[in-house]
Design a protein. Structure first.
Length: 416
């Protein structure tokens, strides 16, 4: 990633100037928080405002993570326009870690030991600067439509579904063949959504720690690409709905597919898209054993006018107590060590998902994760190109698997 480091003119006025509307003459402060998807923060913002009479929070919510990333790149490049707190997704964290001077150092004694070690290490520079506070992680389970399973003659009870799906990716696809033979619905939503679970089980996929791009020569990447497209297109297991598209959202209402990969944060997305649809449940199982998809951080861009207040808010939002509340609101699974032992978390259920014990399920899924894949500075760009390759075959139908792969190779080579 290359930021356009355009200089911004002039020094800012003092804190009482109200130049950008963020500070009123009476000492009132507006803090902007930029997020995407579902962080579960809406009620927390209200709570924080009630605890701080001088603070008003403005929530800037992007419709997709991609758009949030682009907006932050533009703001950092111009040294202007960033929110006081900016959420960053783990897949593009490394890109922004290349510009540590653009962010406040958030390391301080109050937060030491708050997160799992790997979560902190991912956001820490070589010289010890902490760029972001961990929000959620993405341990994965399988969300499924119990009613569609039952209609197709498959077990629908979540414990039996977990037994049914235990195994590798090929087993997951084989069960899908059995399902589609007896149903009008597809087995999963799309190849590119399923890809996210598969690639996050590869320890070094696209770029090695030396910086060398290996995406087009890594046999694991090509084998998974072929496997997911064979299942999606040849075996007709995919609904062909590009994830996050309008058609994908409509697919929830039209019962277009029976299963999907579900990191904890996806529960809120499903509940929103499938509002009014009965039958969704969660099984404590994942093809290949386990995997983490996503998880984010809160950062404080150095260009802000209220760095101390923004840091205090980010600290509070990522406190274990607040992360439990966010989980209860939207299913965002906490990354804090203390939160993982919370009785509230372990005993949490989700009414929309047939009262599934989602807290215990995702704690189990998190404990099953044995490593975190390496993601270099070009990870996001390469994975986007790979997703585009899958979409050309599975959603658009403009290419076969090999011609689309060849285009992917060209796209990667163009990265330099």
């Amino acid at each position: 990633m290359t930021l356009s480091l355009a200089a911004c003119g002039g020094d800012g006025d003092d804190g009482d100037s109200n130049q950008d509307g963020s500070t009123e003459a009476d000492g009132q402060i507006t803090l902007s928080v930029a997020t995407f998807n579902e962080f579960g923060y809406e009620e927390l913002f209200t709570e924080y405002e009630s605890l701080h009479d001088n603070i008003t929070i403005e929530h800037v919510k992007a419709d997709t993570a991609d758009n949030a990333r682009d907006a932050l790149r533009n703001s950092l490049g111009a040294d202007s326009g960033a929110a006081d707190i900016e959420a960053i997704e783990i897949d593009w964290l490394v890109e922004f870690m290349q510009y540590p001077d653009k962010f406040e150092d958030l390391a301080h004694a109050e937060v030491e030991g708050r997160w799992q070690d790997w979560k902190v290490e991912a956001a820490t520079t070589e010289d010890g600067k902490l760029i972001g506070y961990g929000t959620d992680n993405g341990p994965q389970a399988i969300c499924y439509r119990a009613d569609l399973f039952e209609e197709a003659g498959l077990p629908s009870d979540r414990e039996k579904v977990a037994e049914l799906l235990e195994g590798d990716w090929q087993h997951y696809f084989d069960v899908g063949k059995e399902f589609v033979a007896a149903s009008d619905a597809a087995w999963f939503d799309s190849a590119n959504a399923t890809w996210q679970g598969m690639i996050n089980q590869v320890e070094v996929a696209y770029q090695d720690p030396s910086g060398e791009i290996i995406a087009t020569t890594n046999p694991e990447v090509k084998a998974l690409y072929d496997a997911v497209l064979a299942a999606a297109v040849d075996d007709e297991l995919s609904a062909g709905l590009g994830q996050w598209s309008a058609d994908w959202n409509d697919g929830f209402q039209q019962s277009s597919f029976a299963t999907m990969l579900c990191p904890g944060w996806m529960l809120g997305v499903v509940e929103g898209a499938a509002e009014g649809v009965d039958g969704w449940d969660v099984a404590n199982v994942f093809p290949g054993g386990a995997g983490n998809w996503g998880g984010s951080y809160l950062t404080v861009p150095a260009q802000g006018e209220h760095l101390e207040e923004a840091t205090a808010l980010a600290t509070w939002l990522t406190d274990p107590e607040q992360q439990i509340k966010a989980f209860e609101a939207k299913g965002t699974f906490p990354s804090q060590v203390e939160a993982l032992e919370s009785e509230t978390l372990l005993g949490s259920t989700n009414a929309f998902f047939n009262e599934a014990p989602t807290g215990q399920i995702f704690v189990d899924r998190a404990k099953a994760i044995t490593f975190q894949p390496y993601k270099g500075p070009d990870y996001f760009s390469i994975n986007t190109a790979l997703q585009d390759a899958l979409t050309r075959v599975d959603v658009d139908g403009t290419d076969d698997a090999q011609t689309s792969w060849d285009k992917f190779v060209s796209d990667v080579e163009a990265l330099g």
